[in-house]
Design a protein around this ligand. Structure first.
Ligand SMILES: [Zn+2]
Length: 226
């Protein structure tokens, strides 16, 4: 991978303000990477519908639905689209080094990366490193969503949640279970996105953000578990 320090990329942020007198100083962030690899060897273009237009769409749709439904979260909810993920998490790394909202006031970071392929189950990675986050979500998630939404230990790396957990921000990486058969390949096109899978992920994420934005408790990170 060639890294060109002179090339520019962008992070895009938006916010729904918090309403609770005390908790509105805190934020929860929902993020996904917006970039893809561009043109790779032999002129191929691994289009990126699953990785990660699906995650970026999940961020946008969650913002749209929360606004439309008039949800008034206790904490502020920040929606983030990161640049430069594929060449080394540059956008999210930059953010945690230059946070717009203080990291010590960031109650949780939720990452979406690859939400469009698989078997319809939605994985919640982070239940091991930030178990209180999982318990908060588990206690508030509707019964019908909890049937396809499952915690996994996972690793702490792999996408834009990694810079956050390194800085001690409780995080979850949410992605869909099963075979992502077009990851980094030509032909990762919108027509191959499974609508049911994407819908399951979207519904789970909406509930998760509603819970985390208004849960009075604040989770911790247990780095010794890495
Ligand atoms: Zn990705």
């Amino acid at each position: 991978m060639i890294r060109d320090e002179n090339r520019k990329t962008w992070n895009v942020l938006a916010k729904i303000v918090g309403t609770d007198k005390r908790l509105k100083e805190e934020v929860v962030i929902l993020g996904a990477h917006l970039d893809r690899l561009g043109v790779v060897m032999y002129g191929d273009i691994p289009n990126g519908a699953d990785d990660n237009a699906s995650g970026a769409a999940g961020v946008l749709e969650t913002a749209r639905v929360m606004k439309l439904a008039g949800i008034r979260p206790k904490r502020a909810v920040v929606f983030a689209l990161w640049g430069g993920d594929e060449t080394g998490l540059w956008g999210s790394e930059y953010y945690v080094g230059h946070p717009v909202y203080p990291l010590e006031k960031t109650a949780a970071y939720v990452n979406l990366d690859m939400e469009g392929h698989g078997n319809g189950k939605v994985l919640f990675e982070g239940s091991y490193f930030a178990p209180e986050l999982w318990h908060s979500v588990q206690s508030g998630i509707p019964q019908d969503v909890s049937t396809y939404y499952i915690p996994v230990r996972g690793g702490s790396g792999g996408s834009d949640h990694y810079p956050f957990i390194i800085k001690g921000v409780p995080m979850s990486f949410i992605y869909t279970d099963g075979y992502h058969f077009k990851t980094n390949k030509v032909g990762d096109i919108p027509e191959l996105i499974n609508p049911t899978v994407l819908k399951n992920a979207g519904e789970a994420v909406l509930h998760i953000m509603k819970i985390l934005a208004s849960d009075g408790k604040k989770s911790k990170v247990y780095p010794d578990k890495s």
